[in-house]
Structure formats: C-alpha cells, structure tokens
Design a protein around this ligand. Structure first.
Ligand code: SF4
Ligand code: SF4
Ligand code: SF4
Length: 344
C-alpha cells in the first residue's frame, strides 16, 4: 500500500554509551505493565562483536530464507538471556554484607564459550590488548518499507500506517501464530505467551502524532538519534542519509529496506608489535561492512569502500572545524538541542 510519508531514524554509533537508558525508558513506557513481556526489549542495545538479542538473531533467517518452513523461533527461556541474580547480601553493607569481604558474583555464573546474556560480550570484548575493541548497537523495529512480518501474517494483523509508515500489529486480529516472528529477519517481534499474541515496537506513535520524539530517542543520554521523515529534505535524517551520505542500513541484504540507519563507528588506529601506531582502525572495516550497507544489491567490496568513505567524510569535516571553518555535518552530529534531533 502506498504511504504518504515514512518515519526514519538515524543513530550515530560513535556516541552510544551503552547506558541502556533508552532500553529502560521503553520498558517503563510500554512493556513493564503486563505479564508475558518480561523478555521483551522493544529497543535493546547489544554489544558488537557479540551474539546480540535474541541470541544469534543474525543466523536465524527471515522471510527471505529459501525454506520458510525451517526458520527457527527464538526460545523465550533460553535465547533472550534471563537476568542474573547477584550476591548483593554478601557484598553490600546496605544488605548486611561487608564490601571488603567478597565480589559481586552473578548466578548462575556464566562460563565457557556458550555463556550468554544480552550484553555478556561486553565483558569479553574482541582483539588482543592493546588493540581490544567493542561497540554498542541499539536496535528497534526498523519499520521497514517492505516489511516481511506483514507479508508473513496469514491474519492480516500487521499493517503499515499510510500517514507515517509505522508498522503495527493489531492485537485484536493477532492469534499468536508467530509467522511474523519467523518472517522478521531482525527478530524484533516478541511472542507474549500470557496474552498469546505477538508484540513489537510501535515507534511511540501516540507521541509521533503529537510531533514529539519517540521515547527511547528523546531519553537518549548520548543524543545519538535524529528522527524525521525520509521525504523532508530539510530534516537532519535526510541530510545524514541522502546529502552527506554518512548513514547506512543494518543488513540491507535482508531486502526489507529498514528505516533505521546507522553512522558506523570510527575507531583509533591499532598499535603494531613494536608499539607504533598503524593506519588500520581498531574496529575492522571488514566486520562493519558485513553489518552495514546502502542497499541489498551492493557488493561486499562496495560496502567496504562506503565504510572507508564515511570515515573520510567525517574526519575531513572535523579537520575543517579544527581549522576554524564551519561544517553543517559536524553541527548536525553535535546535536545541540532537541530541535536538531527531531523534525516531525
Ligand atoms: S524490523 Fe521486523 S518487525 Fe519491524 S517492520 Fe521490519 S520485518 Fe517487521
Ligand atoms: S520507538 Fe517507542 S516503542 Fe519503539 S523502541 Fe523506542 S520507545 Fe519503544
Ligand atoms: S540511551 Fe542512548 S547512549 Fe544510552 S544506550 Fe541508549 S542509545 Fe546508547
């Protein structure tokens, strides 16, 4: 169905702190009220490299998979990572413990290569010191232009609003068949086993209707988000994606045309064995190119070239500002006020 406008969000991964304020704001606003929603994080901030959330979602497939009958469903008790309990009573004085006596220990204690929790990978990291690295990847439903969750639903319970392109599930029509969970390659639909329906990010449409930013973006401590309409050439989402071309889609090869874009992270150069700085960035470009791109038909080499190009564009604009010139791009990236972040 043709839509009039498409909501779009850009996230600058150079600015995400991994503080999970966005996660908790959505949780507080939308999924903290009802049973059956405990495993749902409509926005989650995962660690990269890492297994993500649900566990290994990138390997589970979606409606693009040739054999649709063999797409697995995430297991609620295993694949979303139950929160650990900690021995606070042994450690914290407020709980009767002695903080000199022992350390906080998660229970069950994670161990081995199978250890998993939403952000377990952050404690492991990647690379060998002093070239270790990781970064954060916040994810919401992408409100895709061509959403396979919608196509997968035999009840026509999923629809894309023509006024803003937000993808919603009608709870009255949903029967919990979970074809949508299989269909979404980003695994951003969750099954509520108490209500027996599927649920997902609603892009805070009641706020968007009042021209307010979605809650996770509005609460973001790092001010990493810009939200606006793809067609609005004055919006910063348009400028970042179409004019400055510094934002890419996550896994465009899934062919869903996601409407959340990411500015890939820059990183400092690695050190050689001799302790000298090299010209290679610490976060491997090849790894970023496997994640981000412009379009489904772009080759891997083109994706590598785009990651390098984006790094060059941002660094050149930074140099201009250091030399005393103005830069529209750097002004947008600094994002001084809410007006800079939301054009709705
Ligand atoms: S990210 Fe998944 S749930 Fe969201 S619109 Fe796209 S296919 Fe549907
Ligand atoms: S846009 Fe709204 S519903 Fe979606 S993840 Fe953010 S806070 Fe939650
Ligand atoms: S609130 Fe912003 S900075 Fe903090 S984790 Fe979420 S996206 Fe990152």
């Amino acid at each position: 169905m043709p839509i009039m406008k498409q909501i779009r969000m850009v996230a600058d991964l150079n600015k995400c702190l991994g503080c999970q304020t966005c996660t908790m704001s959505c949780k507080t606003m939308w999924t903290d009220r009802n049973k059956g929603q405990m495993h749902m994080y409509w926005i989650n901030v995962e660690t990269r490299p890492g297994k993500g959330y649900p566990k290994n979602w990138e390997t589970q497939g979606g409606w693009f998979t040739a054999d649709r009958n063999n797409i697995p469903l995430p297991n609620i008790s295993e694949d979303y990572g139950a929160p650990w309990e900690y021995n606070h009573h042994e450690v914290l004085k407020t709980e009767g413990g002695d903080s000199q006596a022992s350390n906080l220990i998660p229970s069950p204690e994670p161990s081995g290569s199978d250890a998993y929790a939403s952000n377990w990978d952050e404690d492991v990291g990647k690379g060998i010191f002093p070239n270790s690295y990781y970064f954060y990847l916040p994810r919401i439903c992408n409100h895709c232009t061509d959403p396979p969750c919608l196509e997968a639903c035999p009840r026509q319970a999923i629809y894309k609003r023509k006024e803003d392109g937000i993808v919603l599930i009608d709870p009255k029509r949903c029967r919990g068949y979970r074809y949508c969970v299989k269909g979404c390659p980003y695994k951003k639909i969750y099954y509520n086993s108490v209500e027996k329906i599927s649920q997902k990010c609603i892009f805070c449409y009641p706020r968007i209707e009042q021209r307010k930013g979605n809650f996770c973006a509005a609460q973001c401590v790092g001010r990493i988000y810009w939200v606006g309409y793809a067609e609005d050439t004055n919006s910063n989402v348009y400028k970042l994606v179409n004019k400055w071309k510094v934002a890419l889609r996550l896994h465009p090869e899934y062919k869903t045309e996601p409407n959340v874009f990411y500015i890939p992270p820059l990183s400092p150069p690695t050190y050689s064995f001799a302790g000298k700085l090299t010209t290679s960035p610490r976060i491997p470009i090849e790894m970023l190119a496997k994640m981000f791109g412009d379009a489904y038909d772009q080759s891997y080499d083109q994706r590598v070239a785009r990651i390098k190009q984006i790094s060059d564009i941002i660094q050149n604009e930074r140099k201009k500002v250091s030399a005393g010139s103005n830069s529209e791009l750097i002004d947008i990236l600094i994002s001084r006020s809410e007006k800079d972040r939301f054009q709705l």
